[in-house]
Write a protein that binds this ligand. Structure first.
Ligand code: N01
Length: 595
């Protein structure tokens, strides 16, 4: 970083000193076990994966089904794809979902305080089609799940859906030109096309802290919230905690949402922090229904696009969303009137983070606690957080921040947690420790997939994904993945899912109408896309190499898979353009069709 004295004079920020501090904080957190520091909710930890929202006694006989399209996953990705297929007249859809209802991430994550962190008018999809009006600018999780159900009803997706069912194995038959899917309930589903929409945050992880299994009280992951123990609901009022001392581990987007309601209800809350989150202004407010209803057809897509343009650093005449997510780009871009240079972007990020630190000072009264809550990393090293009631909890007498100075919790004992040699006695431990993300599609999805000639997808992608547009891969005909790996993604993931679902539905419909039995990428098209992804990932990798560890950078490691399992570096707008172009060309060129 350059600039030294003169930059400091103009902005009041010492970029060099901050850069050094960022690097020091990063070094504190690097660990040789990187992503291996976490463990899945399986084996001896399988109990953590039990679904608190569904009957554990649910039984049914295995079924045999024939489908045009099998959609695995009933979250927004699967729902959008199925809805787009229905819009094109595809009838034979079977959906398989692990939960007992639709909703995906919004089905599982019912922790107190759960909300959308992107404006709901651009996040909640198909608002115009479903007539759904989010009651607030940043909608509550329960409301979002309700809209998932509405999409399913509107597009008749409950018909034939198999809930509390886990798709396990997919086998392609060249002779039949179909996939055979088997499930944990013994079902056999024969399908022409398979869409794996298994979610970005569907595989919760626990920290590999020694002794987790030894804790004697209740403990659970935030995506499996135990309301039987805490009482209350996602709206708070957790009466079961009134006489309890609670420990929460994790201060990511989930932690900062669930901490305030727990703080209001618990006798005492100890929050165990490894890295402080950046917590900016939220500014939630009720929806102005008159404004909402006055929007013209096509408004939601226009607003989504406007947000993605702004957050891609492309200034527009108007910033429609105009919230804490777009302001970083807004000031600088409007002043310059042109796209920001990488250096300007970095400086804007540093200035933004400084304001986030100043906000901590303005809100948190105890100086030592305030210092510990200040994040020292580049703004986009982690998912930015927003809250108007998180920092405030540290002024409460029943809340203690246990800052682990980047080291994390050392040990779980039968009675509580240990940090810096001190044991904290707890009645309950809550793990807000996130999800396995972009490390391995087959592991995260739990799917074992055999393509042409018995070729295993796990093996093909053992060093990272090889795809065309992140969605298809050669030798696995008629198979699609919804993910952000090798796909251009907006901060608003639903914009990406919207573009991908349209593409898949167009392509599948094209095959069905034209009696094309199979479709897969040509080897050349796949190789070219992978090459492009690797070439364009250089800047992203260089940025994340400087970042404090997180799931975004494989916890600071740099495996080969990092290059391949990254989002498409050309950005969301170029990516959406490429998909549109394919649809426009009727898929000629990059794909190979079999009659
Ligand atoms: O998970 P995370 P999350 N000792 O991985 C800490 C989306 N989301 O569930 O930062 C102590 O971000 C870990 O510490 P560190 C959103 O995209 C969306 O919060 O690694 N602490 C970190 O603080 C988000 O990014 C919404 O040092 C330990 C935390 O656990 C993604 O989901 C809402 C530890 C994990 O944070 C995941 O967010 C919520 C240890 N040993 C989430 N090990 C919306 O509103 C781990 N940690 C849409």
């Amino acid at each position: 970083m350059t600039g030294e004295g003169s930059e400091k004079d103009r902005t009041g920020l010492d970029y060099e000193a901050l850069s050094r501090r960022y690097a020091e904080e990063r070094t504190k957190r690097l660990r040789p076990d990187a992503v291996r520091q976490y463990q899945a909710l399986e084996g001896e930890f399988a109990g953590f994966d039990a679904d608190p929202n569904a009957s554990q006694n649910f039984r049914r006989d295995p079924v045999e089904r024939e489908a045009d399209v099998l959609v695995i996953g009933g979250g927004y990705g699967g729902l959008l794809t199925a809805a787009q297929l229905r819009k094109r007249g595809v009838d034979g859809i079977v959906m398989v979902e692990k939960g007992s209802d639709f909703g995906g991430t919004w089905y599982w994550n019912r922790y107190p305080g759960v909300r959308c962190d992107v404006e709901s008018y651009i996040y909640v999809p198909l608002l115009e089609e479903t007539g759904f009006v989010p009651s607030e600018r940043y909608a509550k999780g329960a409301e979002i799940q309700q809209q998932c159900r509405l999409i399913a009803e509107k597009f008749d997706l409950y018909r034939g859906a198999l809930f509390q069912t886990i798709a396990q194995r997919l086998t392609w038959s060249d002779a039949d030109r179909r996939w055979l899917a088997t499930t944990d309930r013994g079902d056999r589903i024969s399908a022409r096309f398979v869409v794996a929409a298994t979610g970005l945050y569907s595989s919760p992880k626990l920290p590999g802290i020694p002794g987790i299994e030894a804790f004697e009280g209740p403990s659970f992951h935030t995506s499996r919230w135990d309301y039987d123990f805490t009482g209350g609901s996602a709206d708070g009022d957790l009466a079961g905690l009134h006489d309890k001392t609670v420990g929460i581990i994790g201060t990511g987007s989930t932690g900062i949402q669930c901490v305030p309601p727990v703080a209001r209800s618990a006798k005492h809350l100890y929050l165990f922090q490894r890295t402080p989150a950046s917590v900016d202004v939220r500014g939630n407010r009720p929806t102005d229904v008159e404004w909402f209803r006055s929007q013209q057809p096509g408004w939601q897509h226009e607003r989504m696009l406007n947000f993605t343009q702004w957050t891609s650093g492309l200034p527009q005449a108007v910033d429609m969303v105009a919230d804490s997510m777009t302001d970083l780009f807004r000031e600088k871009s409007l002043a310059a009137g042109v796209e920001m240079s990488p250096e300007e972007r970095e400086r804007a990020e540093i200035a933004k983070m400084e304001r986030v630190r100043q906000r901590v000072d303005a809100i948190v009264k105890d100086r030592q606690t305030a210092e510990a809550l200040k994040p020292y990393f580049h703004y986009f090293c982690k998912r930015p957080g927003f809250s108007d009631n998180y920092l405030q909890v540290f002024n409460r007498s029943n809340v203690t921040l246990v800052d682990t100075a980047g080291k994390g919790v050392e040990e779980v004992t039968p009675k509580g947690l240990v940090v810096a040699g001190r044991e904290y006695d707890l009645d309950c431990i809550i793990y807000a420790t996130g999800f396995d993300f972009m490390t391995s599609f087959t592991r995260e999805s739990g799917l074992s997939i055999e393509g042409r000639g018995g070729r295993s997808l796990e093996e093909k992608w053992s060093n990272g994904a090889h795809t065309l547009y992140g969605m298809q891969t050669r030798d696995f005909p008629n198979f699609f993945v919804l993910s952000i790996v090798q796909a251009g993604t907006s901060i608003n993931y639903l914009h990406t899912a919207d573009a991908q679902s349209r593409y898949m539905a167009e392509l599948i419909d094209h095959c069905l109408r034209n009696e094309l039995a199979t479709v897969e990428p040509t080897q050349e098209a796949e190789d070219e896309w992978v090459e492009q992804c690797v070439a364009l990932s250089a800047d992203r990798l260089a940025f994340f190499e400087k970042c404090t560890p997180s799931y975004f950078n494989f916890e600071g490691a740099r495996p080969r898979a990092f290059e391949l399992n990254s989002p498409y570096g050309g950005g969301p707008l170029a990516y959406f353009g490429a998909l549109e172009e394919e649809i426009h060309r009727r898929f000629a060129g990059s794909l190979e069709f079999g009659g």
